[in-house]
Write a protein that binds this ligand. Structure first.
Ligand code: CP
Length: 310
């Protein structure tokens, strides 16, 4: 794997071998992510964390990953606190931040923002979510979580549920799972199904997903039930959101139909798609999934910044 000095804009920028190498390195990072071992291989480096949309997991797990490796962090959490609010362009902002750090992590409300940032930054840029576009580092931690639970990524039966139109995590994840021969089922209201261009990409790579709007029809076949929030903030018309809000809710009664080793994942935050009663079942993996963001992002920081190369 050679990710040294490389951008991470889309999961499509990775080969299957590169993904597997990152997951292997992530596994090695687990005791460091837990604080059981220490290694300050990124001492003296600076991460620039630019979050122009709300985040709990992605922002804090990047910070945790950096600090665990001895890397310092500078950050912005609100566009209104930067000179963008005075009219500065994203391109100029990126050029400035680029001068202050060694690696930029960017979350932005507009699809394509990370690609643009990568064009204007000399240092590498990691896409931490660009509008309804993609979220490649979430995909890596999702794959890590699946491999950890199932022992393999090969040929899994994955059911993606919820907002497949605006949910960037499922866009990246479907692309990646196709590289591993997954059988995909797409469960969504018709108005929130996976965009045609992404389905065409999956099909051109040999994956022919099944589409339905009914979870009960498919839950018994799933190895992984990947649930997503309906992305209220992306709907141009609030009335359209109200028509689909609350469409899906996973509860223990529904899980009685599932395989005993089926896992429930969710990128979080959840707003009612998974009943709290599920948290205590053997199926629940979403909080472990969120923790896995730390070792996976540690692996990425090391690979991109060259930790260990000295
Ligand atoms: N999964 C995820 O991206 O969560 P945050 O929005 O809290 O970062």
């Amino acid at each position: 794997m050679d990710l040294y000095d490389k951008d991470v804009v889309s999961i499509r920028d990775f080969t299957r071998d590169e993904i597997e190498s990152i997951l292997d390195l992530s596994q090695e990072m687990v005791p460091y992510a837990l604080g059981e071992k220490t290694d300050r291989k990124l001492d003296g480096r600076i991460l620039g964390n630019l979050f122009f949309e709300p985040s709990t997991r992605t922002k804090l797990s990047f910070e945790s990953a950096a600090y665990r490796l001895g890397c310092d962090v500078i950050d912005v959490s609100e566009m209104s606190m930067t000179s963008i609010s005075k009219g500065e362009t994203l391109a100029d902002t990126i050029k400035m931040v680029d001068a202050y750090c060694d690696l930029i992590v960017l979350r932005h409300p507009y699809e394509g923002a990370a690609r643009l940032a990568a064009k204007f930054s000399e240092n590498p840029v990691i896409n931490a979510g660009d509008g309804a576009g993609s979220h490649p580092t979430q995909t890596l931690l999702d794959l890590f979580t699946m491999r950890e639970a199932k022992g393999t990524l090969e040929g899994l039966n994955i059911v993606l549920v919820g907002d497949l139109k605006y949910g960037r995590t499922v866009h990246s994840l479907a692309d990646a799972l196709t590289m591993f021969g997954a059988k995909l089922t797409l469960v969504a209201p018709d108005s929130l199904q996976m965009p045609d261009d992404i389905v065409s990409h999956l099909e051109s790579n040999g994956c022919h997903p099944r589409k339905t709007s009914v979870i009960d029809d498919v839950i018994d076949q799933a190895d992984v039930l990947y649930v997503t929030r309906i992305q209220r903030e992306r709907f141009p018309d609030p009335a359209e959101y109200n028509k689909v809000a609350g469409t899906y809710r996973i509860d223990n009664a529904m899980l009685r139909e599932a395989k005993s080793d089926m896992i429930v994942m969710h990128p979080l935050p959840r707003v009612g798609e998974i009943a709290p009663e599920v948290d205590g079942t053997r199926h629940a993996r979403y909080f472990k999934q969120a923790f896995n963001g730390v070792p996976v992002r540690m692996a990425l920081l090391c690979a991109i910044l060259g930790g260990g190369r000295s």
